[in-house]
Design a protein around this ligand. Structure first.
Ligand code: GYE
Length: 342
């Protein structure tokens, strides 16, 4: 009898221990200075961090939405330093201007993980690790696809007029994607870059910019290169409101985009966006891996690029080559859209 009681008491104690809350003191504190909430990509990114860095998973996440304001982002990082957070994660709005505050974090002994976009710093040791996308490669892939598509459809020698609705100026996502296009326009003498203007990665600004470009360039625009999906949604609205058409035909305006969100790929499936070059926002698990490595006293990889795909509305181009590597092009159907996590 006594033995049975003891076993029961032990079981009860074990159960209560299992149900015990993790005390705030035991949680790993993570400050995330997030860019803002400008796009569907960003919303998916924020959600992903909230899912991964939950209290159940042993974290206390302080996520600050910096609303695309550089000063607010620097302020957020300084607040994390003053709170002595265990880790600081930054998705830098701009790539420039980080040396001082990163030095402050280093002096305070707080590891900084840069995510998504890149920082331009005088000394790489100012941050612990970086994980994100190769934006210039994304731009190169998109341009290589356009070239192949125009050739396949008998327009390889035609004068092609392109407008670039850029992302937030100074963001590495903008710098890389714009460069990919600009370089291709220099190489392809029949491509004219009529205009480049920022749509700030938002739908409303994308629409506004496209409206003004359509007024200025009348019937001249063949291709609009939107640096993210939300700008593409806005541009499509502006084009149709102006009585013009988007699509895959010779008389349509070809809309190109980046991100490949579910909504973006739905427009690809419907032929409104002809090409969507993927940019993956699900960085939470990758950042957690870095933090776990640091907790275990290991040195994480300094820089990690994520693998990204290419999605098209048409099957004319099966693969593209960029930086010496071949990338398959996926034609979007319902199954592809269903399988998207964001
Ligand atoms: O393409 C855009 C977002 O930095 C990669 O920012 C990110 C970009 C993404 O607002 O939709």
């Amino acid at each position: 009898m006594k033995k049975k009681l003891a076993v029961m008491a032990l079981a009860a104690a074990t159960l209560s221990m299992m149900a015990m809350p993790v005390y705030a003191d035991d949680l790993v504190t993570v400050g995330y200075a997030q860019v803002g909430h400008e796009s569907d990509w960003r919303t998916a990114n924020t959600q992903n961090y909230q899912d991964v860095f939950s209290e159940e998973n042993g974290y206390s996440l302080d996520l600050v939405d910096c609303d695309n304001d550089n000063a607010a982002q620097l302020e957020a990082v300084r607040t994390f330093i003053s709170k002595d957070m265990d880790y600081i994660v930054i998705a830098p709005i701009q790539s420039a201007g980080w040396d001082t505050v990163l030095q402050e974090a280093q002096d305070a002994g707080i590891p900084v993980i840069i995510v998504d976009r890149m920082v331009k710093v005088s000394d790489d040791s100012l941050y612990t690790a970086w994980v994100g996308s190769n934006f210039e490669l994304e731009g190169k892939k998109a341009a290589a696809w356009l070239k192949a598509y125009l050739e396949k459809t008998g327009r390889g020698d035609e004068e092609i007029n392109i407008v670039d609705i850029q992302g937030t100026i100074g963001a590495s996502a903008q710098i890389g994607r714009t460069k990919g296009l600009e370089d291709a326009c220099k190489e392809n003498k029949n491509w004219n870059l009529l205009a480049k203007e920022t749509g700030e990665f938002t739908q409303s600004k994308g629409q506004e910019v496209m409206e003004s470009l359509l007024k200025k360039h009348k019937d001249d625009i063949d291709v609009v290169y939107c640096e993210n999906d939300n700008e593409a949604f806005g541009a499509i609205d502006a084009i149709t409101a102006a009585g013009k058409t988007v699509g895959t035909g010779k008389d349509d305006i070809l809309v190109m985009s980046f991100d490949s969100t579910k909504t973006g790929l739905t427009d690809v499936k419907d032929g409104k966006i002809i090409l969507d070059t993927e940019c993956n926002p699900l960085h939470g698990p990758r950042v957690e891996e870095i933090i776990k490595a640091l907790e275990n006293g290991e040195t994480p990889e300094k820089q990690q690029y994520v693998d990204e795909e290419i999605f098209a509305a048409v099957k004319d181009v099966e693969s593209v080559n960029a930086d010496g590597k071949d990338y398959d092009v996926t034609v979007v159907n319902d199954k592809v859209i269903k399988g998207r996590a964001y």
